[in-house]
Write a protein that binds this ligand. Structure first.
Ligand SMILES: Cc1cc2nc3c(=O)[nH]c(=O)nc-3n(C[C@H](O)[C@H](O)[C@H](O)COP(=O)(O)OP(=O)(O)OC[C@H]3O[C@@H](n4cnc5c(N)ncnc54)[C@H](O)[C@@H]3O)c2cc1C
Length: 413
């Protein structure tokens, strides 16, 4: 499939809700971000009748850093969308991470940046080309009448839409999941803000800075190509005093003190327009399967990584796992199979969160973070291991152990 950016801008894959066929869908997916659309591709690939519903008209912006790392890239390869993404994205092969005291470490890898306006349009277009129908509508309730018998209610549309199953993929927006009793922890794990900026100053690496005022969290500068950059910062809540206002102040400090940020801003005329969004991280905070056998996927169930806030890849992976289980349950006419979803997600994905959880802990200790970055900057072996963790070829447990933390702590004293 080859699309032009104009195709994506004028994307016409949303069918008016009134024009949808009057039928019982196999699966209705609420939310057409990476989790929902990717699940749609896999379900439609199994010849199921799938309806994707999103509250926004596509293409739509999504507040994000717009960076794809190895897990996202693998998912997109699997469904033959990676070439399109590479065509419109910006490719980088290095991320430079700075500690609060300015120690720097390079993490080599395959990174792509592409505005979510386009990335999400490409994935949803992939779902439609596999046979999904896609409509615009804000879902305000879902009811179950019995096994494989759901009714989905869309705002300003009088007829409930019938389906055998429902997936909830509403991301950080928890209004609907809360109503459906899916959310166990209302407060998000953190918050992140970002802006786009055009500048004559050229940066080709992804830049990440653990600025003092943002800890535990970081600021980023991600090049998007053609002189455009995604700049922002995210912080994880150690207490609720971390709010958007504090983050905006911390970001302003970063922009006025971080050397690359100063150069970037001096090469631009554009004003910053910061947008913020909550982060739900660490595979926690929500039920994966409800008592009523709805499956929740993506950021709704906390798929975003702690520490880095990367979440696109794991959101898609949960979409694929849900699609596998749902299609087995429908084919065998066994709703009870849906209950295995939590176990399957945990067995496949939980270990991937370990390194990021540990790193988030380290990052709230400034001197430990400095010591760890300094050590990594001097050790090619550690740099390779860090690149391996990001690429998911190295088990984080091999790098981050309690003894290595104690050692680093001693060195930092
Ligand atoms: C500032 C910031 C920077 C980030 N940077 C990165 C990054 O660089 N790389 C990365 O991998 N991750 C990043 N993330 C995380 C990433 O954005 C999420 O992990 C990812 O978007 C989760 O995908 P999703 O499909 O679960 O949800 P979403 O992408 O949020 O999609 C949910 C969809 O559901 C729709 N929806 C919600 N409620 C309803 C409803 N009731 N009815 C109908 N539709 C509804 C929304 O319109 C939306 O389209 C960042 C997050 C933030 C906030």
């Amino acid at each position: 499939m080859k699309l032009s950016l104009d195709d994506l801008e004028t994307l016409n894959s949303q069918t008016e809700i009134v024009n949808l066929p009057d039928q019982i869908w196999d699966v209705i997916i609420i939310g057409a971000g990476p989790a929902g659309s990717y699940a749609g591709i896999h379900l439609a690939g199994k010849k199921l009748k799938v309806l994707l519903i999103d509250g926004s008209a596509f293409p739509r912006d999504k507040t994000c850093g717009d960076a794809l790392i190895a897990d996202s890239i693998k998912c997109l390869e699997k469904v033959d969308l990676i070439d399109t993404v590479r065509t419109y994205g910006f490719e980088a092969n290095n991320a430079v991470v700075s500690s609060p005291s300015g120690h720097k470490v390079d993490i080599k890898g395959d990174y792509i940046t592409l505005k979510r306006r386009y990335l999400d349009a490409i994935i949803v277009e992939g779902a439609v080309s596999h046979g999904c129908r896609f409509t615009q509508g804000y879902v305000n309730n879902v009811e179950i009448n019995g096994d494989f018998d759901f009714r989905t209610f869309v705002k300003n549309f009088e007829h409930p839409i019938k389906s055998k199953l429902v997936f909830i993929a509403t991301g950080g927006n928890i209004s609907l999941p809360q109503k459906l009793n899916i959310i166990k922890k209302k407060n998000p794990s953190g918050i992140a803000i970002r802006s786009y900026i055009k500048s004559n100053y050229v940066i080709n690496d992804l830049i990440i800075s653990f600025d003092d005022s943002i800890l535990p969290g970081y600021a980023w500068i991600f090049p998007l190509g053609k002189g455009e950059y995604n700049i922002g910062c995210g912080s994880f809540f150690t207490s609720m005093k971390n709010d958007t206002q504090r983050l905006k102040k911390a970001f302003s400090r970063f922009m006025n003190t971080f050397p690359e940020a100063i150069k970037l801003v001096s090469g631009t005329q554009s004003e910053l327009s910061l947008k913020g969004c909550p982060l739900r991280c660490g595979l926690s905070g929500a039920k994966f399967v409800t008592e009523k056998q709805m499956l929740a996927i993506g950021e709704t169930i906390g798929t975003t990584f702690p520490f880095t806030g990367e979440g696109i890849g794991k959101a898609m992976e949960t979409g694929e796992l849900a699609a596998e289980i749902a299609s087995d349950a429908l084919r065998m006419n066994k709703p009870v199979l849906l209950k295995t979803f939590s176990k399957v997600v945990k067995a496949k994905l939980e270990s991937k969160y370990f390194g990021y959880k540990m790193a988030e802990k380290i990052s709230s200790n400034r001197s430990l973070l400095d010591a760890a970055t300094k050590r990594a900057s001097q050790s090619k072996k550690m740099q390779d291991a860090l690149a391996g963790i990001v690429a998911e070829t190295v088990n984080p447990k091999s790098l981050i152990s309690v003894s290595s933390l104690v050692k680093a702590m001693r060195n930092s004293e």
